[in-house]
Design a protein around this ligand. Structure first.
Ligand SMILES: *[C@@H]1O[C@H](CO)[C@@H](O)[C@H](O)[C@H]1NC(C)=O
Ligand SMILES: *[C@@H]1O[C@H](CO)[C@@H](O)[C@H](O)[C@H]1NC(C)=O
Ligand SMILES: *[C@@H]1O[C@H](CO)[C@@H](O)[C@H](O)[C@H]1NC(C)=O
Ligand SMILES: *[C@@H]1O[C@H](CO)[C@@H](O)[C@H](O)[C@H]1NC(C)=O
Ligand SMILES: *[C@@H]1O[C@H](CO)[C@@H](O)[C@H](O)[C@H]1NC(C)=O
Ligand SMILES: *[C@@H]1O[C@H](CO)[C@@H](O)[C@H](O)[C@H]1NC(C)=O
Ligand SMILES: *[C@@H]1O[C@H](CO)[C@@H](O)[C@H](O)[C@H]1NC(C)=O
Length: 715
């Protein structure tokens, strides 16, 4: 059990010859598993899950073993065929290790086994046909390896199977059409990211216990089976396949009253979305039908859906007005309607969606004015109204939305009028600010057109920008600029020029300033399947990978939260909440947040940051001890500059916004250096926001010591 134990496993354990159980999970044991354990002939339970053990799996374990659980270590080498002799074994867990080689055919002799977990442990080769002999098997998890070939058909004859997971491998071939009849107890089928093809098995319509059908990124074709009898279905993900069917098949999902997630993106699905769409389960929190061929209007009853926090209908052929009733979806946080042919005005009921963080209405034919009510969406991080026919002034309510810190895109419209005087220091800070973008302000032209090179703005025409009150802006901006040194503001203005600036096929679009839309699949791709070679660090709450985005040149750092670790989720929220509201050149920029499920149906949370070429300051500090030749010493000027950068970041955190932000864990490993040695403060996992409205004694009474114990060494 978890006791915070550290150290290695003593070989003397082998002398305790009456031992029946070794249960040491969730500790910090390192070193190898002593061969002497083989002398414990009475051992029944060997459970050392979630430690840091290395080396091979012992070959000579007691044949009395009932449970062997070594999940979540760093064990290496091939899986010993001798494990096949453990004929009493009921549960075998080797997942999340660094093993290699194939599944030993001897596993076919584990006739008592109910649960085999070999997820993400480095296996390759084909899935052994002998597994089909495991007549009592309930759970078989093989996801996240390098397995090739077909799924042995015999496996589909083991009627006791409840969970079959083969996601994220290189498996090909088809699934027998009878699976729903031969596996009547099937609850979870995880097949995502393989090269599976053929028809989605029609008999799944009879798999009435099915809860999770997760099969994205394959080559499956339609039509889809009926879901009428699958009343227990919760997750249905089939994105990025070749399913050619009429979207009306989702009508049969209305019987799935527990449905929570539907992902059909990137399939050649056609037809119109029927009114029954609005009768889908109120449990649905994630609904994604982007990048298909569906056309027609959004059903007016859509507001009945109530549940979704995520609704993606972008890059389809949808048209007509967006129903006013969409304002009833008050749980929505992310709404993607870009890349369709929507017309009429943007419904003012959007203002009722006060939890919205991302609203994308870009690349449509919306006309009329921008509704003032959008100012009620106080949590917005991204508002993209670009490439429409919007006219009239930009409502002052939107200009003073303080949270639009990452992206506000109003470009390619016909908007006019003046920038309201409420553009305060806070909202000015919240808009894009960067040293490199300073220029401006001698004439109106400069605001929208002059600094084209940096601001990436369309050229202004004199009449469009004539209403801007420059002196007011200057009054606000000059003090801001002096305080925070090199701050400046981008004001995206508003010009009509219809071009299709985004590529429909690449859904997660990326252009310099935008908050990226990155899915689990994108991150998987960017990091080579979260491979060991991309791993650049292990933090308190998870793993940190380097990756390259689909555009082929954007380097990113992906921090994947290990949600099993206590506090990881809290740290994720702390970091996200802190960084989303602020922007400074010496603070690490957060490019994207991904909250999703992985292809095996587990919760997945990751933060994506810009990549800093020179790594952490810690590297340079350590070097002074180790005399490592490869890293150059920091000279005095560099040290001074780094110190100034950090000081500026802290000044901004403490005084630069309306909130006081306490980082709580400032140390060299959290200071990152760019290619030009500009320093950035990162890792806000322990940050705390202190409202300066609180009287001082109250805020100080809440202070507890957080972060790394020690001191901050001088640069
Ligand atoms: C364990 O057994 C081995 C071999 O019999 C012996 O050499 C060793 O001293 C024993 N260790 C202890 C702690 O008794
Ligand atoms: C299974 O066990 C039998 C004896 O019980 C043995 O002959 C056979 O080789 C084993 N099969 C495999 C694949 O190891
Ligand atoms: C599956 O079971 C059926 C019926 O018992 C049998 O005909 C078929 O050969 C079995 N398939 C495999 C691959 O074992
Ligand atoms: C579903 O089960 C019913 C009753 O057992 C059977 O008649 C039907 O053919 C099955 N449907 C499919 C698609 O397998
Ligand atoms: C599906 O739901 C409809 C309407 O509630 C009901 O009439 C029908 O019997 C259900 N189908 C099944 C197979 O449960
Ligand atoms: C959908 O829900 C509406 C309102 O709850 C109801 O009137 C309608 O009959 C339902 N339609 C179907 C096909 O169940
Ligand atoms: C939005 O909220 C207001 C007041 O809370 C309410 O009167 C209005 O009906 C709502 N609109 C929609 C579309 O839900």
């Amino acid at each position: 059990m978890s006791q915070g134990l550290v150290g290695s496993l003593s070989s003397h354990i082998g002398n305790i010859s009456f031992l029946r159980a070794i249960i040491l999970q969730n500790n910090s044991f390192h070193g190898t598993i002593p061969q002497e354990l083989g002398r414990l002939r009475r051992l029944e339970f060997l459970q050392i899950r979630n430690n840091s053990l290395v080396g091979p799996i012992p070959k000579n374990l007691s044949s009395n073993l009932v449970v062997l659980n070594l999940i979540g270590n760093s064990l290496s080498g091939a899986v010993p065929p001798e494990l096949g002799y453990l004929y009493k074994l009921v549960a075998l867990g080797l997942a999340e290790n660094n093993l290699s080689g194939p599944i030993p055919p001897s596993f076919g002799n584990l006739t008592s086994v109910l649960d085999i977990s070999l997820r993400s442990c480095g296996l390759n080769g084909e899935i052994s046909k002998s597994l089909a002999q495991l007549g009592q098997l309930r759970v078989l998890q093989l996801g996240g390896n390098n397995l090739i070939g077909n799924i042995p058909f015999g496996l589909f004859n083991i009627s006791t199977i409840t969970l079959l997971g083969v996601a994220v491998n290189r498996i090909e071939g088809s699934i027998p059409s009878t699976i729903g009849i031969t596996l009547p107890n099937l609850r979870s089928l995880f097949m995502g990211q393989n090269q599976l093809s053929g028809r989605v098995p029609i008999s799944l319509s009879n798999a009435s216990f099915l809860q999770e059908l997760v099969m994205p990124i394959n080559l499956f074709t339609g039509p889809m089976p009926s879901f009428e009898k699958l009343s227990r279905l919760q997750h249905f993900a089939a994105a990025d396949n070749s399913i050619e069917d009429d979207i009306s098949f989702i009508s049969s999902l209305t019987n799935c009253t527990n449905l929570q997630l539907v992902d059909l993106a990137l399939n050649p699905i056609s037809g119109t979305i029927l009114d029954t769409f609005a009768n889908l389960s109120s449990q649905i929190f994630y609904m994604q039908i982007s990048g298909t061929r569906v056309h027609g209007k959004i059903p007016s009853g859509i507001g009945n859906l109530v549940g979704p926090t995520f609704l993606g209908l972008s890059d389809n052929n949808l048209e007509g007005p967006v129903p006013v009733g969409i304002g009833k979806l008050t749980n929505l946080r992310r709404l993607y309607l870009g890349g369709n042919r929507f017309t009429n005005e943007i419904p003012s009921s959007f203002g009722n969606l006060s939890l919205l963080t991302n609203l994308y209405l870009d690349r449509n034919n919306f006309s009329g004015i921008v509704p003032h009510s959008l100012g009620n969406c106080i949590n917005l991080l991204n508002l993209d109204l670009s490439t429409n026919n919007l006219s009239g002034p930009v409502p002052r309510e939107i200009m003073s939305l303080s949270s639009i810190s990452i992206s506000l895109d109003l470009s390619y419209n016909a908007l006019t009028g003046s920038i309201p005087s409420e553009v305060t220091r806070r909202s000015a800070n919240a808009w894009s600010i960067s040293k490199h973008k300073c220029n401006f302000l001698e004439g109106n032209q400069q605001l929208c057109g002059g600094s084209l090179e940096y601001l990436n703005l369309p050229p202004c025409t004199a009449s469009k920008s004539s209403g801007i009150n420059i002196s007011t802006l200057l009054k606000i901006l000059i003090p801001t600029a002096t305080v925070a040194a090199f701050l400046c503001i981008i004001i995206v203005i508003l010009h009509k020029r219809r071009t299709s600036k985004k590529n429909v096929s690449s859904l997660p679009s990326f252009n310099g300033h935008q908050f990226l839309r990155l899915s689990y699949a994108d991150l998987l791709k960017a990091t080579n399947g979260f491979s060991g070679t991309n791993l650049i660090g292990v933090g308190r709450f998870g793993f940190v990978y380097k990756g390259i985005l689909d555009d082929g040149h954007t380097l990113v750092v992906v921090k994947v939260l290990n949600l099993v670790v206590k506090g990881a989720s809290k740290s994720f929220m702390a970091e996200y909440n802190t960084l989303r509201g602020i922007r400074h050149r010496n603070l690490l920029k957060i490019l994207s947040v991904c909250e999703s499920i992985d292809f095996q149906g587990n919760d997945f949370k990751a933060l994506v940051y810009e990549f800093k070429a020179n790594g952490s300051l810690e590297k340079y500090m350590e070097q002074e001890g180790h005399q490592n030749e490869e890293i150059k010493n920091l000279n005095l000027i560099q040290r001074l500059n780094i110190a100034i950068d950090i000081a500026q970041a802290l000044e901004y955190l403490h005084c630069g916004t309306d909130l006081t932000i306490v980082h709580g864990d400032l140390k060299p490993s959290n200071i990152l250096l760019d290619h030009d040695m500009t320093a950035c403060v990162g890792d806000f996992g322990l940050a705390k926001i202190i409202s300066n409205i609180l009287p001082p004694q109250e805020s100080s009474s809440t202070i507890v010591i957080k972060g790394t114990i020690g001191y901050v060494p001088p640069v």
